[in-house]
Design a protein around this ligand. Sequence first.
Ligand SMILES: Nc1ncnc2c1ncn2[C@@H]1O[C@H](COP(=O)(O)OP(=O)(O)OP(=O)(O)O)[C@@H](O)[C@H]1O
Ligand SMILES: [Mg+2]
Length: 299
Amino acid sequence: MELQVEQLCKSYRRKEALREVSFTLRKGIYGLLGENGAGKSTLMRLLATVDFPTRGSIRCDGKDIFQMDEEYRSFIGYMPQNYSVYPGFTARDFLEYMGVLKGIPKEKLKSRIDEVLEFVNLSDAAGRKVKTFSGGMKRRIGIAQAIINDPKILILDEPTAGLDPKERIRFSNIISDMGKDKIVLLSTHIVSDIEAIAGGLVVIKKGEILETGNVDALVQKVKGQVWEAVVRQEAYQRLRKERSVIHLKQMGKEVQVRFVGEKYADENCPSTEMNLVEPTLEDYYIFAGGREEMGGGFS
Ligand SMILES: Nc1ncnc2c1ncn2[C@@H]1O[C@H](COP(=O)(O)OP(=O)(O)OP(=O)(O)O)[C@@H](O)[C@H]1O
Ligand SMILES: [Mg+2]
């Protein structure tokens, strides 16, 4: 299966939310990264056919998804970033409702609901009203409804937002299994979540594609450029203007800092000690985003 996005544009009345977005997804797990307002949810709504593009196309195995309509909807699962459930619904009612909408045969529905409730660790809450759920539980019931029809294409808008560390790991495990025979696209701000489960990455910035590729290959791009150092405050002020700083920790008069970029020449070195470290996806992401603003970026 192949999902091909070509020159996709989406404008709201005054706002161009997506501009000439093109990429292709095949079986596997992909992370969609981008800052607030980058256009992630807009892109996902189009992929889920709950909204229409202004221009451009999305094809599934060569067929326009907006023309496939019912056929396409029967094999996609979508969890919106924000969704509302009829207030009186219990978890089980809600899943039954979604299952019927997706055309799951009645005789199979009950066992499938039990299965997905188990998956997202909500079996004990099956009879509770969804409106009484905590934020993390609501997110998990959202994941459950998205996977209920065992979709071939799964689109999850910030599925891990608000999950505690234990549930986050549980979620990663569920999704990792799914990537074997599905296209899974998930958006997040948590770069380490992507690193843990995704093989592919789509980075979007201000409505445009900044980068697409294999996670490991992208991380390798900053190999040999990620440093950790302990520097004085005044040296840090200079460093943060000249390099992409990933994180820092205040330590009295000094700052422990991790940054991406070229090593300083010894005579200009603002640090007593500077160690080359293994790059992570976050290093790459901050560097790619930061460099673009400086007019650089990867070619
Ligand atoms: N219905 C709408 N009408 C007008 N503008 C919209 C609408 N939906 C989104 N936008 C605008 O389009 C841009 C992209 O929004 P989108 O929700 O896709 O971003 P996002 O990457 O999902 O952000 P976040 O990380 O905050 O969820 C934003 O500038 C937003 O204000
Ligand atoms: Mg969003």
